[in-house]
Design a protein around this ligand. Structure first.
Ligand SMILES: [Zn+2]
Ligand SMILES: [Zn+2]
Length: 459
């Protein structure tokens, strides 16, 4: 990682801004009291959330105070909730020895394979552990046939895919899985310090030597930046920050299925799960909150930069506090295919609502090599044919001229060791029009003064 560039030297007095609120919670939204769970009203300007039922109060830490109080309350709150009842009809669970997923088993279904890695779930099922039950889900909108079509369409666009991969979809190895997700809402308060840079222009005088060697005085306009320290606070309400609760699919594949339309969430009913697999969340509520906070960072940085204003901004320090954290545990529909190629697991996910495919794919090296060999063969054939047709009778000295030109190394192209000289020449002779643009391909550097001494005289 590159070290950050050194901070500019301030050349104007510091400025402290009033807090700016970019987005408030929607009117009427209630927040859980982290002590008793009652739903409480919350005005973000009061910087605290007070429960009228049990008297518990979550307050923002003042400057210099440890600010982990709200987080500690949230951890305790999450721990209390985590002992909730298992999902109806899924009274046992089994942990996959292959990828670590905990699959909630459908009652009365005997054997199952892990939907994420196809490992046989041979472990003894155990009673489903307490969990925060899902409160909503997005039902499957893409059925198995449509998912296969989406998968096939994705495969058709792939180059050099091994034939085995093409069979995966047809073998019906797409498993419908409800993948656990968390969504988080939170009111954030971020105090920051940074620097603002305002550009201005100045005319400066300088001298240079002209062609005759005389000193000539000239002027030019230069852009300079006035830097000064700025501090302030940005306040923003985050709504539905979506965090995947599974660890059995890599993050980039999960993101590849996005976007999800969370307005399609329906209240949870166990019937939706029949015949489909359901994973128990592997990322718990507290860990998921950490991920959500991380996902909020770029937006917060953007808000800080906007608050600083000017032409350039540098963020030196920032600290975010969270109030009114709410969450939802929901299940999202995903078709999963998985496939091993040379011992490596490849997963292909299909968004069970939009049909968007997000997959990893292996390359078949034998196919690539076959194509390279074919190209070499075809190109060789074309060159040979053109040579045979173009060689004008009685112009025997032409190849000599060509090789003389070749002797001067072109700046834009250095021939590699062992590259067949004859082929290069033949190609040039065959395609003379390529000679012309080649000379323009490596222009002299533009905009950089060459061999000119510029002395700046400043008053
Ligand atoms: Zn309370
Ligand atoms: Zn597995």
């Amino acid at each position: 990682m590159d070290a950050p560039p050194p901070l500019p030297t301030p050349n104007a007095p510091a400025e402290t801004r009033e807090p700016s609120l970019s987005k408030a919670p929607p009117a009427g939204k209630l927040f859980p009291c982290l002590k008793c769970g009652a739903k409480v009203e919350f005005d973000p300007r009061t910087r605290s959330l007070k429960c009228p039922y049990c008297g518990h109060e979550s307050t923002l830490a003042a400057a210099g105070e440890a600010d982990a109080v709200v987080e500690r309350d949230f951890d305790e709150y999450a721990a209390r909730l985590a002992s909730g009842p298992p999902i109806e009809g899924r009274s046992s669970q089994v942990r996959c020895t292959g990828c670590g997923a905990t699959v909630l088993l459908e009652d009365k279904v005997v054997t199952e394979k892990c939907p994420f890695c196809s490992t046989h779930l041979e472990n003894q099922p155990e009673a489903a552990a307490g969990m925060i039950p899902p409160e909503s889900l997005v039902p499957f909108g893409v059925d198995l046939r449509a998912a296969r079509e989406a998968f096939d369409g994705w495969l058709k666009g792939l180059w050099f895919a091994p034939n085995e991969l093409k069979k995966v979809a047809n073998l019906g190895q797409l498993a419908g899985v409800y993948v656990p997700y968390w969504t988080y809402d939170a009111m954030t308060y971020t105090g920051y310090s940074g620097m603002r840079g305002d550009d201005y222009t100045e005319t400066e005088t300088y001298t240079e030597k002209d062609a005759q060697g005389n000193n000539v005085t000239k002027t030019r306009t230069v852009t300079r930046t006035l830097w000064y320290p700025v501090s302030g606070e940005v306040q923003h309400f985050f709504d539905d920050v979506l965090v995947c609760g599974s660890k059995s699919v890599p993050g980039h594949l999960v993101r590849g299925m996005e976007p999800w339309e969370l307005s399609e969430l329906e209240p949870f009913r166990a019937e939706f799960l029949a015949g489909l697999k359901t994973e128990r969340y592997a990322v718990d509520l507290t860990e998921g909150l950490g991920v959500a906070k991380h996902m909020m960072e770029p937006t917060i940085d953007q808000l800080i930069r906007r608050d600083i204003g000017g032409d350039h901004q540098r963020i030196i320090d920032k600290s975010t506090q969270y109030l009114g954290i709410t969450f939802k545990h929901c299940l999202l529909p995903v078709w999963v295919a998985n496939y091993r190629y040379h011992e490596k697991l490849f997963q292909i996910l299909v968004n069970g609502r939009s049909g968007k495919v997000s997959g990893e794919r292996p390359y078949s090296w034998s196919k690539i090599l076959a194509l390279v060999a074919l190209i070499a063969l075809v190109v060789g054939g074309i060159i040979a044919t053109v040579m045979a047709l173009k060689k004008p009778p009685g112009v025997a000295h032409q190849p000599q001229r060509q090789s003389r030109r070749q002797a001067v190394p072109h700046p834009g192209r250095r021939r590699r060791e062992g590259e067949p000289n004859a082929v290069v020449q033949a190609a040039r002779a065959a395609l003379p029009e390529l000679e012309h643009p080649r000379h323009h391909a490596v222009p002299a550097p533009v905009g950089r003064p060459r061999h000119r001494t510029v002395r700046v005289l400043r008053d």
